[in-house]
Design a protein around this ligand. Structure first.
Ligand code: ADP
Ligand code: MG
Length: 370
């Protein structure tokens, strides 16, 4: 069964100057829909190509279904591969594209025909078997590519930005098709994307990558609710980031962070020392707003500088009394409207504030997408 283990794998290019994959270890479970998520250039494609066997690691081991595959060529790894651009044979019709694998493997005619039909019915394109690729839409071509990748019997599907070239609407429907198909056929899928909404919608678990490294692995809820790395708080969902110092460590799991100009916030958690410089992150949708100045713990005064009505939500840009800027997102249905120039109080629920060591190179550098 195709569980995949990547152990301490490193791959460098340009004579070692570009470390595309930097000592990565991952365990992808059998029948799991797993995504590699991160900004462009973080090493996702390189890692996928290593798993596929299209390139070789400099260090480390890769196991597929318990078998060490470092020296196994791609065609013997039992994988199907789908790329961003529809890598179909342009002069073959849909049928010949899809049955290419079975024919190369010289399967019996009956079996090839049955598989071809099954695969095309599965992606709802059997009636287009005679079409050539350029007669199809992008979404259709990608469904053919998927059928072709699976026709040779692969149980491990590797997908590199498979929805990246499609229109927004098609991308959304194909997301669900893709996940359903992987689940119905009990495949293991490794899906590369830089789109966090796509990764969280489609995946059982996600590895968030940056600069060749895996920062955190978890299911979408875990990554959203409990980011272990400041970049994860930035890349999954949205966060406000503020800097401060730990001014007091209390008994049990509580401490106080002083923001600029000494504004105090109580925070839950442990492992921080008095005097430590920290960055806090808080989701715009975790914050509360009240009219005027309301004196309460964990409430900071501010002024609304901008309001954007976004349908379901309203987005407020707020300047806090210490000069820091934050964004607060509130559901429109709450019917609590604030306008630009209005004085407000922003509530920071202690249990929804994430605290991270202040990044050595500064916040901007740590959160940069390049
Ligand atoms: P991603 O898929 O996350 O955008 P890649 O894995 O394609 O990232 O690339 C990771 C890094 O490795 C980038 O800096 C890229 O320029 C570099 N890289 C990838 N493939 C090669 C190659 N064949 N030769 C040289 N550099 C490469
Ligand atoms: Mg890529």
């Amino acid at each position: 069964m195709p569980e995949v283990k990547v152990m301490n794998v490193t791959k460098a290019f340009a004579k070692g100057k570009i470390v595309a994959v930097d000592n990565v270890s991952l365990h992808i479970r059998d029948k799991e829909y797993f995504s590699l998520l991160g900004p462009s250039g973080c090493g996702k494609t390189t890692l996928l190509r290593l798993i596929a066997g299209l390139i070789q690691p400099d260090e480390g081991e890769i196991y597929i279904g318990g078998r060490l595959v470092n020296d196994v060529p791609p065609e013997d790894r039992g994988i199907g591969f789908v790329f961003q651009t529809y890598a179909l044979f342009p002069h073959m019709d849909v049928w010949d594209n899809v049955t290419y694998g079975p024919r190369v493997k010289a399967w019996e005619e009956d079996k090839s025909t049955r598989i071809g039909r099954e695969m095309l019915e599965m992606v709802r394109l059997y009636e287009r078997a005679d079409a050539v690729p350029h007669e199809l839409s992008g979404g259709m071509m990608q469904r053919v590519a998927l059928a072709r990748a699976l026709a040779a019997g692969a149980k491990l599907l590797l997908l590199d930005e498979p929805l990246g070239a499609l229109d927004a609407k098609i991308r959304l429907t194909l997301r669900y098709d893709l996940r359903k198909l992987v689940k119905d056929l009990e495949l293991t899928a490794i899906h590369v994307t830089h789109d966090q909404a796509e990764a969280t919608a489609i995946s059982d678990r996600i590895a968030v990558m940056r600069k060749g490294r895996v920062l955190q692995v978890g299911n979408p809820q875990e990554l959203y609710m409990n980011p272990k790395h400041i970049f994860v708080a930035h890349f999954i969902g949205e966060s406000n980031f503020l800097e401060g110092y730990v001014s007091e460590v209390r008994e049990k799991k509580e401490f106080v962070v002083e923001l600029r100009q000494g504004l105090p916030l109580q925070v839950l958690g442990k492992g921080h020392k008095t005097g430590e410089k920290v960055a806090i992150a808080v989701r715009p949708e975790a914050l509360e707003i009240k009219k005027g100045k309301v004196r309460k713990p964990n409430s900071l005064f501010g002024e609304v500088e901008g309001v954007q009505f976004e349908g379901t939500d309203i987005r407020y840009e707020i300047k806090l009394e210490n000069g820091d800027h934050i964004v607060v997102v509130r559901p429109s249905l709450l019917m609590e409207w604030f306008s630009a120039g209005e004085k407000v109080t922003v509530g920071f629920p202690a249990e929804k504030i994430f605290v991270f060591p202040y990044p050595l190179k500064g916040l901007r550098e740590e959160l940069a997408l390049e």
